[in-house]
Structures are given as C-alpha cells and as structure tokens.
Design a protein around this ligand. Sequence first.
Ligand SMILES: *Cc1c(COP(=O)(O)O)cnc(C)c1O
Length: 390
Amino acid sequence: MPFAHLTNHLDTLKNQGLYRSRRIINSPQGIHLQLDGKTVTNFCSNDYLGLANHPAVVQAFKNAADHYGVGSGSAHLICGHSTAHHALEEELAAFTGRERALLFSTGYMANIGVINALIGRGDTVFEDRLNHASLLDGGLSSGAVFKRYAHSDVSHLDSLLTEATGNKLIVTDGVFSMDGDFAPLKDLSLAAKRHDAWLMIDDAHGLGVIGEKGGGMVEYYGLNADDVPVLMGTLGKGFGTFGAFVAGSEVLIETLIQKARTYVYTTALPAAVAEATRASLKIVIAESWRRDKLNSLVAHFRTGAEQLGLHLMSSSSPIQPILIGDSQRTVAISNALLASGFLVSAIRPPTVARGTARLRVTLSVAHDEEQIDRLLAALKEQKSQFADTM
Ligand SMILES: *Cc1c(COP(=O)(O)O)cnc(C)c1O
C-alpha cells in the first residue's frame, strides 16, 4: 500500500498522545464558543483583548468590504497595496514609535522573510531555545550559522557572540508563547550592543497587551528603536484580526520591501482586514482599562491556582500554563475539562520540550472572576484524580 509508513507514523503519534486534531467551532471568537452543538467556556484563545468580534472592528471590516471588495488582487508590489494598508502601516509606525512599518500576510511569513532578508551564509543567528517555530525556521533556512542559547540566558548568549563570525542577528520572542514569561530584553539589547549585533524581537503576545499603553515588551522595559532595531508584531492575537507587521527604520523597511521573499511573492491581506485592524488599533490605544482588567484577572487566576498547588510557570502575562509533564496525561485532563464545559488546550512536544506537556490556559479581558473560579473548581477536581502529576 502506498504511504504505509505514513499510516504507521500516525499510529505512533496516537499511541504517544501526540496526535493533533481540530475542533470545529460554529460561533464567533469569544468567551463562549459553540462546539458540537454545545456551549463551552474558552480558555485557549489568543484574543486577549476581546477584539476579534468587537462591534466596531466588525463594522469597519464590513464597511471596507463594501468599498474595496474582498480580494486584494495581487501582491503589494503589483497592485494590491491599498489606501487602507498604507494608512495602517503609518498608524503602526506611530504606535511603535518607529519610522516605518510594513505589513505581512502572517506572522509566520514575517519572521521567515525578515530573518532571511537580514542574514545569510557567512553570518550568525542566535535564537532563544524556546523561540516560536517561525523564528527557528527563519534562522534555519537563512543559511547563517545557527546558534541556540539556553532560555533567557544572556551570559550563554554572550559567550556564543564572542566566537561568532559575519553579521550577527539575535532573535527572541518578547513574551514566550508557550510559557508566558518575558524575554530579558534590556540585557539582550546590551549584549547586542557589546557585540555589534542586531536585536530582533517577535512581540506577538506582548503588543497591545503588555505595558500601560500596550507598547509590549519594548515599552515594558523602557527601550527604544535604537535598543531593539527590529520589532515584529502579529495582528491575529491581541489585535483580534489577522496578519503581521515589522516596524523599524527607513533602511530596514526598504530592505524588506526589496528582499523579503515572503513579502514580495505573496498576495496582500484583504484591505478590509487592514481597515478592521485600524479600528482595533484605535481601541488598543484608547482603552487601557482592557490591560488593567487583564492584569487583575491574571492575578486572580494565579492566586487561586497557587492555593490549589497547581504547577504554574513564572508568567505575569495572560498566558498561564499549568505544567503536567506527560503528554497522554495532559490530553486526558484537557478532555475531562472539555466534558465539564471548559476549552483548554493541551500543548505537547514538539511544540514544547519532551516531558513538559502543559495545559495552556489563556485569559481574556472578556472573562470574569466567576468564570475563572469555575475553571479552578474543575481543575481542582482533576487534581484530586491526578494527584501525582498536577
Ligand atoms: C502566533 C505566533 C506567530 C505567528 O503569527 P501568525 O500571524 O499566526 O502566523 C509568530 N510568533 C509568535 C511568537 C507567535 O506566537
């Protein structure tokens, strides 16, 4: 039979608790999702600020679809770059305090494109061991010497930098996507300066969410464009829409327009998505209460989870994983939570290291304390059944 080895491989994944499958959702994103005709409480989305189905964002999308239609027709460099895209880029540049910003169709593509545009054979790229897959793939595909440093370990990075050749690019998540902790951005920027390296941060989970003004990790640490010259952000998480951008100097952005293959050779986002994002950016800027409320929900969750003795990680972001360890056990708990009406995703290898499978609980501004308390009660019930591992 053709592909028999693939069938074997799938069976192996199933036996190891590593098989992945999709759940079919029949409702807008929000705290309550429709899943198999049942309403469940959602604790796994990245829509931290509750903007994916915000009325003003939806309305902006509809109005723009009336004006621009749906498809953008071509890549940005052919005839797909609309007034809407251009205005959003200018607003994102202002929001991040940089000269320019450039839209990409996804965060994955932005990371591949930027890293490959900046370095290549003869150069060296340095990546945190826990970086997002797209950053690792960007580094690996660049042809540069690829060095991983221990998680957030700046002295390890420092020693690797000392031995490096060619142009040097340091790449890190801002908020680590599966752990929720913050990169030591200030120390990373100092290391970059000491070794004449460039620092690139992927702040997919920080922008809009962290910092009083939603400026993410750069604002949190009080840094500027000189400290962190390459800032990448995504629009499908805190901003609630879709797409991504890179912000930086005129020279950086013009270089990307010429050289980033995932920018040049792909269709532009629909203009209506850009208009929807302009509406969500306005809310991100104006409504700091969303970040305040998120912070207080995070504190509420952590206090309750600590009282239960759950194995939390050192995270003050809305990403609040509970470490379980064993993959099958993690899936079993996730399934049991679903049966109780809570959607919490089981994150397993290879997304995280072997033996560190976890429940990735995420909080949204649209949650309330009562919903969190009910999740904690369900977790308590699971803990009594899995006392040895939770
Ligand atoms: C989600 C994510 C991406 C990918 O962004 P998409 O727009 O979903 O492709 C990149 N980096 C990090 C850290 C992420 O969490």
